[in-house]
Design a binder for this molecule. Structure first.
Ligand code: ZN
Ligand code: ZN
Length: 378
């Protein structure tokens, strides 16, 4: 049965700020077609507003429009299509924005975040199971990363809906769709941060603050937080940073080196999407160390790296999309850490909003005065 849902639609990107005036996001009544083979219908309970959503609104990322915004959420399965073994009707789920087919060479080698068909579907604003399910007056409206979190109801591939095995507060669960798996995956699966190592995190937003928590859990003994906003550095200290560098006042490369006996950090994580910061993170890594690039840029952006330092100093530069996780394997592991009280989110979640307050929330995110703002659907 076709359903009606209120969803946050972006029809045009690149409008001027403030968004509270230009209003790029409009909440509209949409039609939602029923789940097809391999899909589920989810009632969204809570969704987080991420920098990647802002990058879409700014026109830095350019999926087809109109599109229903959002990619980080948790909800409950209300209907399942044919041929779905999991999740089951009634189960609470966290949504993965890395769509995957389960059959390509990447999926089969444990790299579903770079799945061929999933990537193609995400670029086209479609579901990996084929086509779109949102309609506005009979016209197609696209899915954002196969999720479109800012809608009361969504249809998603069953492979994107990860069952939550614990009873946890739903407003916090939204973050297990993007910020937390990206951060924990980058630390545990990509960089393999070792006990006793030094880490520098460039950018202390939703991603950076969780990189700090993950580094602490795996036993990094020195965690240097770098940002240009004092309030974010204070949050970083509360979550386990041992040192902070205000990059608006001091050269972050020189400061990280000074704090690491002149060597540079063993691991540097870039979490800003600014290519100049990517260069800084690389230069602040020690010889033989690892730099992980996580920020979202446009496809035209280029990053400048001194080539001699890559070969001559045996530095590794790694990229990671969604923490290179296998969602069904890794999200339950991270949820288990949370259920044990080892992940704290009170410093990461800075406010709750309604669906029709997204334009104002985008302004706060762009200005750096908010970290994660959560939309509660009810
Ligand atoms: Zn995100
Ligand atoms: Zn695949």
């Amino acid at each position: 049965m076709t359903l009606t849902t209120r969803g946050a639609v972006v029809q045009k990107a690149g409008l001027p700020r403030p968004y509270s005036v230009s209003r790029p996001v409009a909440v509209m009544e949409l039609e939602l077609l029923p789940p097809q083979r391999g899909e589920v219908l989810v009632e969204v309970e809570a969704a987080g507003l991420c920098h990647s959503d802002l990058a879409l609104v700014e026109g830095v990322r350019r999926p087809p429009l109109p599109i229903v915004l959002g990619h980080e959420c948790a909800g409950r399965v209300v209907e399942v299509g044919e041929n779905v073994a999991s999740p089951r009707k009634g189960e609470r789920v966290v949504l993965s924005f890395a769509q995957s087919c389960g059959e390509c060479v990447y999926c089969l080698s444990g790299r579903p975040t770079i799945c061929d068909a999933g990537r193609a579907a995400n670029y086209e604003g479609k579901l990996v199971t084929g086509g779109t399910r949102f309609r506005l007056n009979g016209r197609e409206v696209h899915h954002h990363l196969g999720v479109s979190a800012f809608s009361e109801y969504i249809v998603v591939p069953s492979s994107s809906a990860i069952p939550v095995p614990f009873d946890l507060p739903v407003e916090k669960l939204a973050l297990f769709g993007c910020a937390i798996p990206t951060a924990f995956g980058a630390v545990m699966n990509v960089a393999h941060v070792n006990l006793g190592s030094s880490v520098a995190v460039f950018g202390c937003g939703g991603l950076g603050l969780n990189l700090i928590q993950a580094s602490k859990i795996v036993g990094a003994t020195q965690i240097i937080a770098v940002d240009i906003i004092e309030n974010k550095l204070e949050r970083a200290l509360k979550l386990g940073a041992t040192d902070v560098v205000d990059a608006s006042k001091k050269d972050p490369v020189a400061e990280v080196k000074k704090l690491t006996e002149g060597r540079g950090a063993d691991y540097c994580f870039e979490a800003t999407g600014d290519t100049r910061v990517m260069t800084q993170a690389f230069l602040a890594t020690r010889k033989g160390g690892t730099t992980v690039i996580l920020g979202v840029t446009s496809s035209e952006d280029r990053v400048e790296l001194p080539s001699w330092l890559i070969m001559g100093e045996e530095r590794r530069v790694l990229g990671s999309y969604m923490g290179s996780i296998v969602p069904r394997r890794d999200i339950p592991v991270i949820l288990n850490l949370f259920s044990q009280g080892r992940i704290r989110l009170e410093e990461v979640i800075t406010g709750e909003i309604r669906l029709d307050e997204l334009n104002e929330a985008l302004d706060r995110l762009a200005e750096g005065v908010a970290v994660r703002q959560i939309v509660r659907m009810k």
